[in-house]
Design a protein around this ligand. Structure first.
Ligand SMILES: NC(=O)c1ccc[n+]([C@@H]2O[C@H](COP(=O)([O-])OP(=O)(O)OC[C@H]3O[C@@H](n4cnc5c(N)ncnc54)[C@H](OP(=O)(O)O)[C@@H]3O)[C@@H](O)[C@H]2O)c1
Length: 440
């Protein structure tokens, strides 16, 4: 059996998981690859810190040139993270003739065009299964298995940290800050979880999926996004009372041949698969015009789930499968976008609205009057007695609407927040449209 030399650059959480799989599961990997993947070098600035895998003497080095300048190393799993030096190192390794496996969604979302086009010019390939959904094989599914389809919609819980925090808030009634601390204690959130909780990480992953599924050339920064960082436990309770759970959904949907993209906390009907995704799990619901609804669920992060995707990509590289698909992939190519983006103000949804209002006559009429003026019709209203947490005569008023445009909903809420009887800011969240949600 042939042997192909491979390397790992970045010996952190995922890099050590990849090294562990390559070193302990060599026979199984060789059976699937048709050749042995011989881990030859592992590069990391820190060659002393203990990891949970023992490397053979001399394999670990802080000198990248031992990989870049070794022509026998064909495939590199580059697992550093961030933008720099990851981008420069990727370009250097491509120039040195290596094919790259990456898990770095931030780098791809920011500089995908540069690294993909350089790889194409050099006749090299980049595999990136682990960049979205960790261990869930969503890139292979969309990029290969579902290519007979026009994808109609794609909705995902793409950030496990946010899902863990929202699940904790819902299950234990914890407030946002306590749930974040719990996530940090258990290793599900970083010391600074801003990118996870403000929707940016999910938007980066959505930008990658939108490129792959719809040929959309979209910058992740241009995807409208709202995170969970201002989520109030009261909304989780009221949503539950109405038969919904709140999930941070990343959503892409074709409407009249233009693409709607957004990341937002969304009410999902209890019992729907996306509503039941708990803790740090990820899930993606895809609807294709031929296949219909397909649902993916699994661990979207963590050492071994992510290493599973990285090593599968390394196997695909040595078998030559990636090189074939990469050549045909239109992602970040010079071709124009295959689809136009729908203006955010025109997107439509049903909404959950919560107002904190004075408990006196005519308040409801004033609010419904403004909603009516903006052509937003009401599906249901709940008004509660003041609870201990609410002061004096201020009470919550929860309204579920029928379908309305973002623009109309935004204008109506701005106007309502000006009313003397309302304590702003009012809360507005989308409700997943069951008619268009496929298996979601
Ligand atoms: N962790 C997950 O669950 C997960 C899931 C999906 C995708 N990913 C992605 O996987 C990638 C790696 O994540 P991770 O969690 O493994 O990060 P990590 O634990 O921080 O590991 C990164 C490693 O790279 C090292 N490094 C820094 N600069 C380097 C350089 N110039 N050359 C070689 N190594 C260098 C770091 O060393 P120092 O610590 O000394 O700086 C660290 O050991 C990221 O792109 C991340 O987004 C992670």
């Amino acid at each position: 059996m042939d042997t192909i030399k491979v390397a790992v650059v970045g010996f952190g959480t995922i890099g050590s998981g990849v090294a562990k799989l390559l070193l302990t599961q060599g026979d199984r990997i060789a059976r699937h690859a048709g050749c042995r993947l011989q881990l030859t070098r592992v590069v990391d600035p820190d060659v002393t810190r203990p990891r949970n895998v023992q490397l053979p003497d001399g394999m670990l080095t802080s000198d990248l040139s031992q990989v870049a300048d070794d022509p026998e190393i064909k495939v590199v799993a580059q697992l550093i993270g961030g933008i720099e030096p990851d981008r420069s190192i990727m370009l250097r390794l491509l120039e040195s003739g290596k094919d790259i496996v990456t898990a770095n969604k931030a780098l791809l979302a920011e500089h995908g065009a540069q690294v993909f086009n350089r790889a194409r010019e050099l006749g090299r390939s980049i595999a990136f299964e682990a960049s979205v959904g960790g261990g869930i094989p969503i890139i292979a599914a969309i990029g290969q298995s579902l290519t007979a389809n026009q994808i109609r919609s794609l909705r995902g819980i793409l950030n496990g940290t946010s899902n863990f925090i929202v699940s904790k808030m819902e299950e234990s009634g914890a407030d946002y800050a306590d749930a974040v601390r719990e996530a940090q204690r258990l290793g599900f959130a970083e010391a600074n979880p801003a990118m996870d909780v403000n929707g940016s990480d999910a938007a980066q992953k959505l930008a990658i999926l939108a490129q792959l599924a719809f040929g959309a050339r979209v910058r992740w920064q241009d995807i409208p996004r709202i995170g969970i960082d201002r989520l109030d436990p009261a909304d989780l309770r009221y949503a539950r009372e109405l038969g919904y759970r709140i999930k941070l959904l990343a959503s892409a949907q074709l409407v009249d041949d233009s693409l709607e993209l957004h990341v937002s906390p969304t009410l999902v009907r209890v019992g729907r698969p996306l509503a039941e995704v708990r803790e740090a799990f990820n899930a993606i619901s895809v609807v294709g015009d031929a296949v219909g609804p397909v649902f993916f669920h699994g661990l979207g992060a963590g050492q071994m789930p992510t290493a599973s995707a990285v090593v599968a990509d390394m196997i695909d590289m040595v078998t030559g499968r990636t090189q074939i698909t990469f050549r045909r992939l239109e992602m970040w190519s010079h071709r124009p976008s295959c689809v136009s983006m729908r203006d955010y103000a025109q997107l439509t949804a049903r909404y959950y609205l919560r107002f904190s209002v004075e408990d006196r006559p005519s308040v409801l009429a004033q609010i419904t009057g403004i909603l009516g003026k903006h052509e937003i019709s009401i599906a249901s209203v709940i008004q509660h007695e003041p609870t201990n947490g609410e002061q004096g005569d201020i009470v919550p008023l929860v309204i579920m609407t029928h379908s309305a445009s973002e623009g109309a909903a935004d204008s109506a809420l701005k106007e309502i927040d000006q009313l003397g009887c309302v304590r702003p800011p009012s809360v507005r969240m989308r409700v997943l449209d069951e008619a268009n949600s496929g298996s979601a």
